[in-house]
Ligand binder design. Structure first.
Ligand code: SF4
Length: 356
């Protein structure tokens, strides 16, 4: 049996025309039902012939992750703990836009793996270790689930405006499923997200950055978190195996469209990477790459090895970047009251279940 949500647009067409002997316009109809309408069953596909619905039910099914737990923050952030078919747990987060006048604009943060092998020291997912890659249906199933939550809360037709691959996992370690998912996310007859509305956040891996750039399917956020190699190696030991000089050289070659920029993500860890001279070093890198900077103040978790930066240090860091004429945005630490940092909800669910 085949999960239809695991098929690309071309694969679905092949299945419907070659395996089931139906005309190709039927594939378009089914695709629309799956991705534009978010159908959960073949019975809902009212403009598809009964015979085809029966044939589909014999050979295929529609399965997406199930919501196990929903947490809501005072700031409007909604975090969903999802269970996969094999019982693995992942997270996705719906984050309302913080800019004034942008109410109901929601960015959805997606997971690309269950767990993560990168072991960044500040990350709850890293502490869980790697379980497995998510497939196409599991990656984009998160969007279907998120859309249902938004439709329930804000009315029919509500959907996430932007997608960011910043949840559990290192997306470039699941490159094939990532690229397949990005293709499907773009489909005009389906989810219909343009490149400008999708960002892939990565530590930067030698064999993954170039194919992602060449695909032209998403913007890039690079999780830098340290302005020099030695410190990066301390807090992101596996990511830093790719020396920063080589990473930066690759970033300089990263293909960008008009008015597009790479974003450098920088998590401020109290007393570790939040000094003014580190802001200046970060500024030099951002200049070299013509990159924007996203600052995030570390959100301390139980047993965390790092402290949150003081508000004064955060402000001083920001000012240093501004004085260099750089665009640096301090992201709110969203959903601090619901453990919105990546991996925390999954980690606490594991603890409750006794496996973490
Ligand atoms: S920060 Fe990202 S890459 Fe690093 S351990 Fe966490 S999920 Fe993995």
């Amino acid at each position: 049996m085949l999960n239809l949500l695991n098929l690309s647009r071309v694969e679905l067409e092949d299945f419907i025309t070659r395996d089931l002997g139906e005309p190709s316009f039927r594939a378009v109809q089914v695709w629309r039902w799956l991705w534009a309408a978010g159908a959960r069953s073949f019975a809902e596909m009212s403009n598809v012939s009964k015979a085809l619905r029966a044939a589909l039910a014999e050979r295929a099914f529609i399965y997406r992750p199930e919501t196990l737990e929903e947490q809501r923050s005072r700031d409007g952030t909604v975090k969903l703990l999802l269970r996969l078919a094999d019982g693995e747990l992942i997270e996705t987060v719906l984050i309302p836009d913080e800019r004034p006048g942008s109410d109901r604009r929601v960015t959805q943060c997606l997971s690309s793996q269950a767990g993560c092998s990168m072991g960044c020291l500040f990350c709850a997912t890293g502490a869980l270790g790697f379980v497995r890659n998510l497939d196409h249906a599991e990656i984009l199933g998160q969007v279907l689930v998120g859309r249902e939550v938004l439709a329930r809360d804000y009315g029919r037709g509500s959907a996430p405006r932007n997608l960011v691959f910043m949840g559990m996992g290192e997306p470039l370690l699941n490159l094939d499923n990532l690229l397949r998912s990005l293709e499907t996310a773009h489909s005009e007859q389906g989810l219909h997200f343009s490149r400008r509305r999708i960002t892939v956040s990565t530590c930067g891996l030698p064999h993954g950055l170039r194919p992602l750039g060449e695909s032209g399917l998403a913007g890039l956020a690079l999780s830098l978190h340290a302005p020099e190699q030695e410190l990066r190696a301390r807090i992101m030991p596996k990511a830093a195996r790719w020396p920063m000089d080589e990473l930066l050289a690759e970033l300089e070659r990263y293909p960008l469209g008009a008015r597009e920029h790479i974003t450098l993500e920088y998590l401020l860890l109290g007393g570790v990477n939040d000094a003014p001279e580190q802001a200046r070093a970060l500024g030099r890198l951002a200049r070299r790459l013509e990159a924007k900077i996203n600052l995030i103040a570390y959100n301390m978790t139980e047993g965390a090895p790092y402290a949150a930066p003081s508000p004064e240090r955060v402000l001083a860091f920001e000012r240093e970047l501004w004085s260099l004429g750089l665009v640096a945005v301090l992201r709110r630490s969203m959903g601090a009251d619901i453990q919105a940092a990546c991996g925390q909800l999954r980690a606490s669910a594991s603890n409750k279940a006794g496996d973490g």
